[in-house]
Design a protein around this ligand. Structure first.
Ligand SMILES: Cc1ncc(COP(=O)(O)O)c(C=O)c1O
Length: 419
């Protein structure tokens, strides 16, 4: 369509018609077609009982995916980063001491958000490509008292997964809350909120949940709920005589205000922002897809595709980055072979094959390439196509890799496991 632009010249404004892509990044990944279909449904009003019934169903399905009984389990209209900011801003008051075991870019993001909340931060740092021994965290908790320990479960910048099963117990012993970013793992690897004693957990939609980016899934326990209650302030324009301000300092964000969001997601249905209805349809359908597949089957699918991918990459002679005992099953990082340029490899994969993989950040920029194996993108077909394409791209870039070995190695994994 040609229309007049700002300067009176005719300009072309194209219809949205994106090129087909195979998304093998650590997010965003391909949305399940069922999710995309749900998103094209017509809009319901945010207080329509039909819509609020869907919200209640979403909460129930979300509890199952987070493996929790937390009452406060709902969705925030923001990306994962906003979800982190919502929970941290609500749970952490200015002056609170927070311990952050950081082992990659997103650990530092927690620190960045918390600094702006006025928290007093202590960073425990580790070389990228490793994770913490829970003992290291316990040692830090012994030395000083903290209100919160905040950490990343799946650190997508390095492909490492921090074991959490003992950490909740340790935090409980030292009376610290444990707030966890499971943005990259929820729906692709075990996240057991109640069993692991996580006080709060935050995830996004564009990774293993397999919906577009734009919603954050959050859950938090009674302790966090009590803090939120003590900080609660309802906006003047909608406040009633019963809405008495809590004793703790109010939450400094209006949009990301857990107290008011809770009221909208509760039977009170207090008006806050206008709900992003289509994203709610997306989350509802994505959660339905997960539960229909079952968590067990879904995790096994991701693990199998991970195994095949790693076998194929190794057969190509590539080396996997980091401590393999703690590699995420949904992200694999490879060391860029000497003499090859990561940007050129990625560019050729995208331009010639329509496959997108990712680079990394900070100290790993230009050193590793990251491959996602998440949600709807985690398919045998995608793994095999990626391995074949990567081999061709490596050869075209002068990297001597054996022909045909990668796909054969992956196929052998599938053959053995699928029997
Ligand atoms: C572990 C982790 N946390 C947080 C984020 C931030 O998510 P978003 O870009 O959806 O705000 C990402 C995004 O890649 C991530 O991988």
């Amino acid at each position: 369509m040609f229309l007049r632009g700002k300067e009176g010249k005719f300009m072309q404004f194209r219809e949205i018609n994106p090129s087909p892509r195979t998304l093998m990044t650590p997010g965003p990944v391909e949305a399940d077609p069922r999710v995309l279909r749900a998103m094209s449904s017509h809009i319901l009003g945010q207080f329509d009982p039909e819509f609020t019934a869907l919200m209640n169903e979403t909460m129930e399905m979300e509890r199952q995916v987070f493996q929790t009984n937390n009452r406060q389990t709902y969705v925030v209209d923001t990306t994962s980063r906003g979800g982190l900011e919502t929970v941290l801003t609500g749970a952490v008051c200015p002056g609170d001491k927070v311990l952050i075991p950081a082992f990659g870019r997103f650990g530092y993001l927690l620190a960045e958000i918390l600094e702006r909340c006025g928290a007093k931060i202590t960073l425990l740092e580790r070389e990228w490509g490793t994770v913490f021994d829970p003992q290291e965290i316990e040692d830090a908790l012994k030395k000083d008292s903290y209100k919160v320990v905040a950490c990343i479960h799946g650190e997508t910048s390095t492909s490492m997964m921090q074991p959490l099963d003992e950490l909740g117990e340790i935090c409980e012993k030292y009376e610290a809350l444990l707030i966890v970013d499971s943005v990259a793992t929820l729906g692709g690897a075990e996240v057991k909120v109640d069993e692991w004693k996580l006080s709060a957990c935050i995830a996004g939609t564009q990774k293993c949940i397999s919906a577009p980016s734009g919603s954050a899934l959050i859950t938090y326990n009674q302790q966090v709920e009590d803090i939120v209650k003590a900080r609660k302030r309802v906006e003047k324009g909608i406040r009633t005589a019963d809405d008495i301000a809590g004793k703790l300092p109010g939450i400094p964000s209006n949009y990301l205000d857990l107290g008011q969001l809770e009221d909208y997601w509760s039977s009170r249905r207090l008006n806050h922002h206008t709900e992003a209805t289509s994203m709610q349809y997306a989350v509802h359908e994505a959660l339905r897809c997960i539960l229909e597949e079952s968590l067990e089957v879904r995790f096994a699918r991701h693990n199998l595709n991970d195994k095949a991918l790693v076998a194929g990459l190794r057969a190509m002679g590539l080396t996997i980055f980091g401590d393999l005992a703690h590699k995420m099953p949904v992200v694999t990082a490879i060391n860029i072979p000497e003499g090859a340029d990561g940007k050129v490899i990625r560019g050729m994969l995208l331009n010639e094959f329509g496959i997108e993989i990712a680079t990394s950040f900070g100290p790993l920029d230009g050193k590793i390439l990251r491959i996602g194996n998440m949600g709807y993108s985690s398919q045998k077909r995608n793994i095999l196509i990626l391995l074949g394409a990567l081999e061709a791209v490596m050869l075209a870039n002068g990297v001597k890799v054996p022909s045909g070995e990668a796909v054969a190695a992956a196929l052998a994994v599938y053959e053995k496991e699928e029997k």
